[in-house]
Design a protein around this ligand. Structure first.
Ligand code: ATP
Length: 230
């Protein structure tokens, strides 16, 4: 029998008051996969990702993480269960140095990255380890935000547009990190508007429109149809 997916979503609806933002979303992510959510503005990508983390609570349906229904589980317990949220505003503590930011998160599993491993993967953070959070560029802050979640040992990373607004050289470095996370057995679900980038990092893609999944594509199909997708 094939192993159960790490994340399995069935018939998920989400609301903001009376307004329905997600409609019957079905989605799976297997352990070790990198999967993107793509779709136009307002399609429901952020609502879906926040619903997985428990940051959006007005939801109904099934949300199974490692076989357990977590749809009513509070966000802090989902974090302890191994879901790692990389904040869209990056959430870097300005009054702390880079290293202090990296030392802050509590460890939730034995997959936690040691500081040395982080500095090897993110040389820019090693160079800036004594620098204050406010002095970092947008790209450095994004790397710090990702590194901090890797430090916790989260088994599944949730990333909301990690490349948004960043220079191509930084985008490439973030791609390298995501591939490295996958190579070390990690699992990633990310929102990505940059379809070219999405095709370089992911195994599969879900296309959302008006709150529903309209297509599920493997990376070969996605790459072939990139131009028409968004
Ligand atoms: P974007 O890329 O613009 O963030 P998205 O695909 O992530 O788009 P969502 O932000 O999840 O889409 O929005 C889905 C729907 O929910 C949209 O119709 C949006 O207007 C609505 N919505 C999002 N946030 C709220 C909110 N706080 N209150 C009311 N409606 C909201």
């Amino acid at each position: 029998m094939p192993e159960a997916p790490m994340l399995e979503i069935r018939g998920l609806d989400a609301f903001y008051g009376e307004a329905q933002a997600l409609r019957g979303v079905d989605l799976t992510v297997a352990e070790g996969e990198v999967v993107t959510l793509v779709g136009r503005n307002g399609a429901g990508k952020t609502t879906l990702l926040r619903s997985v983390m428990g940051l959006h609570r007005q939801v109904t349906g099934e949300l199974l993480f490692e076989g357990r229904d977590i749809v009513r589980t509070p966000a802090h317990k989902r974090a302890r269960a191994g879901l790692g949220w990389v904040q869209d505003d990056r959430g870097v503590y300005a009054s702390l140095t880079v290293e202090e930011n990296l030392l802050l998160p509590p460890v939730v599993s034995d997959r936690a990255w040691a500081l040395d491993k982080v500095y090897e993967a993110f040389p820019v953070l090693a160079d800036r380890r004594r620098a204050g959070g406010t002095t970092l560029s947008g790209g450095e802050q994004q790397m710090l935000a990702i590194a901090r979640v890797l430090r916790t040992g989260a088994r599944m990373l949730l990333l909301d547009e990690p490349t948004e607004g960043l220079a191509p050289v930084i985008v490439r470095q973030i791609g390298d990190i995501i591939r490295q996370v996958k190579e070390s057995g990690g699992t990633v679900l990310l929102i990505e508007q940059n379809v070219k980038f999405a095709a370089t990092v992911a195994d599969r893609h879900y296309l959302l429109a008006q709150g529903s999944v309209v297509e599920s594509l493997d990376n070969a199909e996605f790459s072939a149809r990139q131009a028409e997708l968004l």
